[in-house]
Design a protein around this ligand. Structure first.
Ligand code: IMP
Length: 433
């Protein structure tokens, strides 16, 4: 299959990084098409843990070429830190392996300062952004004021950057936030543009040619379906298209590339969310602590980018069905099944109740979830530790039944279930569920 797409089917943090890493071993190109360093993807290989924010997780495989698409917003400072971190870890990073779209937008310190100032001004109604400047960078893009990676090559770039910071300083004063000192920012950018210039290319054209030659392209989604700017729980969303159709616009591919694409949705075996917004199946108390962990393990539910404790709850099958529809998922990967070991009963939300009405689809998309009551199916839990199991037949019958219920509820076959953070801790689900 020439184009494979990996999408988060929930509110982000589904464990896409390790799935991408796994599929990247059979790919020629790995590509990010949306978002910026608000994303945090953890890849565990043996004793090494890589935390990636901008570069596609598949870059860890030496056979891949990594693409950063036009749909992204890129903070050069974060990108350079990440490149250096990988180089130190022995991963080759050079213009032969990494390309950055000329049409991706830049994130500047002004965008970050605006993000923080706007969040502070929202007070208790804040969105819980990552503070990385994502919203303001996409705002500048839509307002046609943005600076793009290709602009780094322009002779007058430093003047344009200066005028961008000056304008931002006016806006910051409106929020009573301190103005940014311009000179140090210009100096840093001057150094960064020299390093990044050789990486700036026409990503769309190269990917188009690669697909025409039968090369395998893996598109890596960041965040998740429910954080999509159009189809997520607006306004508690990010500012980009996180869903599968965003691959086409965010990499500059035509719809012909989407034909027969494999669209893999990654969903955690339970629900998590960082930041504000409605969460119908949210849990608190002891059950929540058991799902979240204490933070002592790298896989506990604390943000890769911000370190914030994630909100946790039972799996929401209504939202999973919705994700299947919006993305056109062809299959599901269910992650962190091992975390559910030890519960007497496990619940899956299969419908919502609003007053006397039962809904099997979210009302008006997913923005109106504040008023719904989850309707649960209860399934028996299991005791066994799943971490060492690799085969479907070895899973406890209750775990297999849980997987079948996820397939039945979502309408999409679960193809794999992960039972731990390591590469090989995956169970192949036979007969597509
Ligand atoms: P922003 O993308 O920083 O503007 O944040 C908007 C919302 O998306 C906030 O609720 C963030 O917590 C959430 N968010 C952004 N990126 C991620 C991610 O990679 N995983 C999970 N949540 C995210």
């Amino acid at each position: 299959m020439a184009l494979q797409i990996i999408i988060g089917a929930q509110w982000g943090d589904e464990g896409k990084g390790r799935m991408v890493d796994w599929l990247a071993s059979q790919s020629d190109y790995v590509a990010r098409f949306n978002g910026g360093d608000n994303a945090g993807h953890t890849v565990t290989i043996g004793s090494k843990i890589y935390k990636l924010h901008l570069l596609p997780s598949g870059i860890i495989h030496p056979n891949t070429i990594a693409m950063l698409g036009n749909g992204m917003v890129i903070n050069p400072a974060s990108l350079l830190v990440e490149m250096e971190m990988l180089q130190t870890a022995g991963v080759t990073i050079d213009p032969q392996r990494v390309r950055i779209s000329h049409a991706a937008h830049l994130i500047t310190p002004a965008h970050q300062a605006m993000d923080k100032a706007m969040e502070a001004a929202r007070g208790s109604g804040n969105l819980g952004t990552t503070g990385r400047g994502i919203g303001p960078a996409y705002t500048d893009k839509a307002a046609r004021n943005g600076l793009r990676m290709g602009d780094l090559l322009a002779i007058d770039f430093m003047d344009r950057l200066q005028s961008h910071i000056e304008k931002a300083n006016q806006s910051l004063s409106f929020y009573s936030a301190p103005a940014l000192e311009i000179k140090p920012i210009l100096e840093v950018f001057e150094a960064q543009r020299k390093i990044l210039t050789p990486y700036i290319q026409d990503v769309s054209s190269e990917l188009h040619q690669a697909l025409a030659q039968g090369k395998r392209v893996l598109a890596e989604g960041a965040q998740g379906t429910l954080l999509d700017i159009d189809h997520g729980s607006y306004p508690f969303v990010t500012s980009s298209t996180t869903t599968a159709p965003g691959v086409m616009t965010g990499l500059g591919l035509g719809l012909d590339a989407a034909q027969n694409a494999r669209v893999i949705g990654v969903a955690k075996s339970f629900q998590t969310r960082v930041g504000s917004g409605p969460f119908p199946t949210e849990l608190s108390g002891e059950l929540a602590v058991r799902l979240r962990g204490t933070g002592s393990n790298p896989w506990d539910e604390f943000g890769t980018t911000t370190g914030r404790a994630r909100r946790v709850g039972w799996l929401d099958g209504v939202l999973l069905r919705y994700a299947a529809r919006i993305n056109g998922l062809t299959e599901l990967v269910l992650t962190k099944l091992d975390i559910l070991s030890g519960f007497d009963q496990i619940r899956i939300c299969t419908a919502y109740r609003v007053g006397n009405t039962t809904l099997t689809e979210p009302p008006f998309g997913v923005s109106d979830l504040g008023c719904v009551e989850p309707v649960y199916s209860e399934l028996p839990g299991w005791r066994a530790d799943l971490g060492s199991l690799r085969h479907w037949e070895d899973l406890p019958e209750q775990a297999r039944s849980y997987i079948r219920t996820v397939t039945g509820t979502s309408g999409v076959p679960v193809r794999y279930a992960s039972v731990g953070p390591e590469r090989e801790q995956i169970v192949d689900v036979p007969g597509l569920g």
